[in-house]
Design a protein around this ligand. Structure first.
Ligand code: PRX
Length: 656
């Protein structure tokens, strides 16, 4: 394994980049610190408010912070109407490319029109302000259209990643009491059409309350699956035709009204419904898009994430559209039909700014330089990464082969919960150090501490904490204030105190800081595995495996993986001490696939008669991680059954 510590090379942003950057004066750090929290007016100023806010921050009841109190605004208005009104109606808002090569361009006027029509359609289906609408859709333009339509009528959306299973959809609809669903018949993956409605219907069968209405987009057209829609199911195109030309006034939302829910994995088996609000979230998404991604309205900007994750929410939809730029959306995989697909898209649309994940970069490296070299990438001005630590070798490859040795790279650390970027260099200001995300953004107060909360010395590993609130932060977990406190605040806060200085946010990441204040993220410190930049809870996967007939117990850990960063390793005890044949192995993989989705499929399943346990009966996951990584085994002396670790190790070696 390559070590990040050994790498000390630093890169400066080129002068011509700095000269045009949205933010290029380093005094911004001091200015924000000296003027906190009023500094955040700068973010709010990027939006149009129906009613001005009274207070930037109300911190009277930590950790239930309120931002831009009494302010009123509408996110759909800010992403659409104001650009149409300001003379930009003919600018492309979304340039979409399907996997099979078909393209669609929506100008701001087109998007405005379709969002209005779909808003009217949602209302006609009975959706009222504050009703949660679930969107279970792949990367098709109807997804951002549905999101903005929800925002327009003040109905929070809950987007469920299309790759998630029927069961995952049902769990999320049940948790959010969501009575409305927008989905589609299917979509393309590597040239094949996938049946999505079948999965959606199976999910709907698991919903524990009445579902009022389901809207189905016909993505596949003639290739579609032959099936009748259920009674409460409506065709998207029919609804739009019924509401042709309709206009819906954007609803005035309070700054603190929910804009959306986004479910994410945590330590327990139950996904957490992260609640974001209209004023704080949107201003933070817009501000970071402006300051970090350096987006200008004239740019063509592309984030290759899926909108089913927070990255797509903040940096495909809300941030870029709030700034009035052109955002590119691609439906498919990066290697279809060839491994140069992404570079073909960069060339075709003359993309200025490109934002992706380290896992993708490692795959590009493996495929080889010849793919980017065969395309003209000279339009690129800035590159970004997100989702997991980037190793310096991948960073340098990205810089050299995609950025032509010139484009600055922003390595952005943030989370579903933070709403937007928190730790990264500012591309018009900072030196870049491959492997280190950078300093906290202006106005963000982060520290690396030990278990008692004291700051650790530069270079030492510790825990990342955030000591002041920020506008894009989650406000709570849906219907669960207690879990909000216990998951994020309890660890380092004095929970009896009303003083905001006594409250510290804990993102559950390990990190270290260097003498220049640059933070290197070391990875999760909870039972969460980061597979290709996607967060998966080990408990969720374990309960899926235990649900498979014949399984008695399971332990899941993350092991390092060349491309995915981390991969899922499952250790399984069968009910009858049975050895587990390939059929059983397959059933376990399918069990995980059905309960969560293909991203959670174990890389390896190892059958074992026992799991390594302490005398008090706790599974020693650390040792299982050592086995998964092929590392030297840690201390086994506190185990009740030390011999089992070597047995598991020899099984793994035999399997690989
Ligand atoms: O461990 C960190 C890792 O991804 C986690 C957040 O995952 P999620 O909520 O799914 O959001 C991903 C996209 C924002 C973090 O707790 N992570 C995210 N970005 C980075 C990172 N780790 C290292 N470097 C990053 N740039």
């Amino acid at each position: 394994m390559e070590t990040r510590l050994e790498d000390e090379v630093a890169f400066e942003p080129p002068e011509d980049f700095v000269a045009q950057a949205n933010v290029s004066d380093s005094s911004i750090y001091d200015e924000f610190a000296a003027n906190w929290p009023e500094c955040w007016e700068r973010a709010a100023d990027l939006l149009d408010w129906d009613d001005e806010y009274e207070q930037v921050l109300d911190d009277s009841n930590p950790p239930f912070y309120k931002w831009f109190t009494e302010g009123k605004l509408n996110a759909s208005y800010n992403c659409l109407d104001r650009h149409v009104e300001n003379g930009d109606k003919n600018r492309a808002a979304i340039k979409w490319e399907g996997e099979l090569g078909e393209t669609r361009t929506y100008t701001y006027q087109d998007l405005y029109r379709e969002v209005n029509e779909f808003s009217a359609a949602l209302r006609a289906q009975g959706v009222e302000e504050d009703d949660v609408v679930t969107l279970y859709m792949p990367m098709i333009p109807e997804l951002p259209i549905a999101m903005l339509a929800c925002a327009r009528i003040g109905a929070p959306h809950s987007v469920v990643f299309a790759g998630f299973s029927a069961e995952a959809l049902a769990t999320r609809m049940n948790s959010a009491d969501s009575e409305y669903l927008v989905t589609c018949d299917g979509y393309y993956r590597r040239g094949d059409s996938l049946d999505h409605l079948d999965k959606a219907n199976e999910g709907l069968d698991g919903v524990d309350h009445d579902v009022e209405s389901v809207v189905v987009v016909d993505r596949l057209g003639g290739d579609g699956f032959d099936r009748d829609l259920r009674d409460n199911q409506h065709d998207w195109d029919d609804l739009l035709a019924e509401h042709d030309g309709h206009r819906v006034e954007p609803v005035e939302r309070d700054a603190e009204d929910m804009i959306f829910l986004m479910y994410t994995s945590g330590t327990t088996g139950q996904p957490k419904g992260v609640k974001h609000t209209t004023g704080g979230y949107l201003s933070y998404a817009a501000w970071t898009s402006h300051a970090v991604l350096d987006i200008e309205p004239e740019d063509t900007y592309w984030c290759s994430a899926d909108i089913g994750w927070i990255t797509g929410h903040s940096y495909i939809v809300y941030g870029p559209l709030a700034l009035g730029t052109t955002t590119v959306m691609y439906e498919g995989t990066p290697d279809y039909p060839e491994c140069d697909r992404l570079w073909e898209i960069v060339e075709k649309y003359s993309v200025d700014i490109f934002y992706t994940a380290p896992t993708a970069i490692r795959a590009f490296m493996k495929w080889g330089e010849k793919f980017p070299e065969s395309r003209d990438l000279s339009s690129l001005r800035l590159l970004g990464t997100v989702g997991e630590p980037i190793n310096p070798r991948a960073w340098k490859w990205y810089h050299e082969h995609i950025g032509n040795g010139e484009c600055p790279i922003v390595d952005t650390w943030w989370q579903t919960e933070t709403g937007g970027m928190m730790i990264t260099t500012l591309p018009g200001i900072s030196t870049m150090k491959p492997g280190a995300a950078g300093p906290p953004l202006p106005g963000i107060d982060a520290q690396i501490v030990d278990t008692t909360g004291d700051e650790v010395e530069a270079g030492r590993a510790g825990y990342l904490t955030v000591n002041k609130p920020w506008p894009g932060m989650l406000r709570t977990l849906y219907n669960n204030d207690e879990r909000y406190i216990s998951e994020y605040w309890e660890e380092y806060s004095d929970t009896d105190s009303d003083d905001p200085d006594d409250w510290v946010y804990f993102p559950e990441d390990g990190a270290k800081i260097d003498a220049d204040g640059y933070i290197t993220i070391l990875g999760r410190v909870d039972d969460v595995i980061n597979v290709s930049g996607h967060r998966l809870g080990t408990m969720e996967i374990e309960s899926a495996i235990v649900g498979v007939e014949g399984v008695a117990e399971a332990a899941v850990v993350g092991g390092t993986h060349d491309i995915k960063g981390e991969a899922v390793y499952a250790y399984v005890i069968t009910e009858d001490g049975y050895e587990g044949d390939s059929d059983f192995h397959e059933r376990i993989i399918e069990g995980v696939n059905d309960a969560i989705g293909p991203i959670a499929r174990p890389e390896e399943v190892v059958f074992t008669p026992e799991l390594p346990k302490t005398r008090s009966g706790k599974i020693m996951r650390r040792l299982l991680e050592d086995v998964a990584n092929g590392d030297e085994l840690g201390n086994t002396s506190t185990l009740r059954n030390p011999e089992i670790v070597e047995e598991i190790e020899s099984k793994v070696n035999a399997q690989s």
